[in-house]
Design a binder for this molecule. Structure first.
Ligand code: AMP
Length: 249
């Protein structure tokens, strides 16, 4: 059984994101980029399924600029078997990403696809859900545990009130939540081995997908600076300030 894991190249989570001076987006020039943290969790889970004997091949797929190869190499160094790069300079929105992934999935025929619950750059939280709708497959979002069975899987999901376990038929689209696992670090020998692993490269047009954006970003602005707080001595003082200073009650 194949497991396919989409991995997105995003601004590293340690970087303080800055808005471009012309307000058209965020600065990505000379900024450290890394694999979306939720996708590292997806790769780790796929590798654990392989190590447990439930899967025999792990494929990492990335959509974006040529440098997404580095993101795929990171997945290969962790232990994925091969990569697919769908190369484009366009800003690919979640619906187009889902359409591209659908085309790759139709070629590769995996039974489990593990995406991140969200990419930490746009925080869309849309691709997994759209992909499962386009394919007509089961979906289990925000997974914190996956038990693969025969033709089905028991998946524990993080929901508002706690945890929910559902049984889904394979093939399935899973999206990872933070507590699913702790991703491994790639060892030096595995980083060297990853250099020889194959990466297939294609374009959205090769897959018959139009990536023309459907959204138009009007402006991007920094959040307003927060002013320092004050400590109040009594409830009466708090109510007074809420009424007369903040004017919210
Ligand atoms: P989003 O819906 O944009 O928050 O992204 C959710 C998940 O979809 C990510 O964690 C990735 O697994 C996958 N994904 C989104 N964009 C891409 C991309 N450009 N390349 C590969 N995977 C992606």
């Amino acid at each position: 059984m194949k497991v396919l894991v989409p991995v997105k190249r995003v601004i590293d989570y340690n970087v303080k994101v800055r808005v471009k001076s012309d307000g058209t987006g965020v600065e990505t020039a000379n900024v450290k980029m890394s694999m979306n943290p939720f996708d590292e969790i997806g790769i780790e889970e796929a590798l654990r399924l392989k190590e447990a004997g439930s899967a025999d091949e792990v494929i990492a797929v990335s959509i974006g600029v040529a440098q997404c190869q580095e993101t795929i190499r990171t997945a290969l160094a962790m232990g994925a078997d091969r990569g697919v790069l769908v190369e484009t300079e366009d800003n690919v929105e979640p619906l187009a990403v889902a359409k591209i992934l659908k085309a790759v999935i139709e070629k590769e025929a995996p039974e489990v696809v593990i995406l991140g619950k969200q990419a930490i750059d746009d925080d869309s939280n849309q691709t997994g859900q759209m992909l499962s709708a386009l394919l007509g497959w089961s979906q289990a979002t925000f997974a914190s545990n996956i038990e693969l069975g025969d033709g089905a899987a028991d998946i524990t999901r993080e929901v508002d009130g706690g945890l929910e376990t559902i049984k889904v038929k394979l093939p399935v689209i899973v999206t990872t939540d933070l507590r699913l696992n702790e991703p491994r670090y790639a060892s030096l020998p595995n980083i060297m081995k990853a250099k020889k692993k194959p990466i297939d490269t294609m374009t959205p047009a090769d897959l018959g997908v139009d990536t023309t954006p459907r959204l138009n970003t009007l402006s991007v602005v920094e959040p307003t600076k927060r002013e320092g707080g004050v400590k109040v001595e009594t409830v009466a003082e708090l109510v007074e300030k809420l009424q007369h200073e903040a004017k919210v009650i």
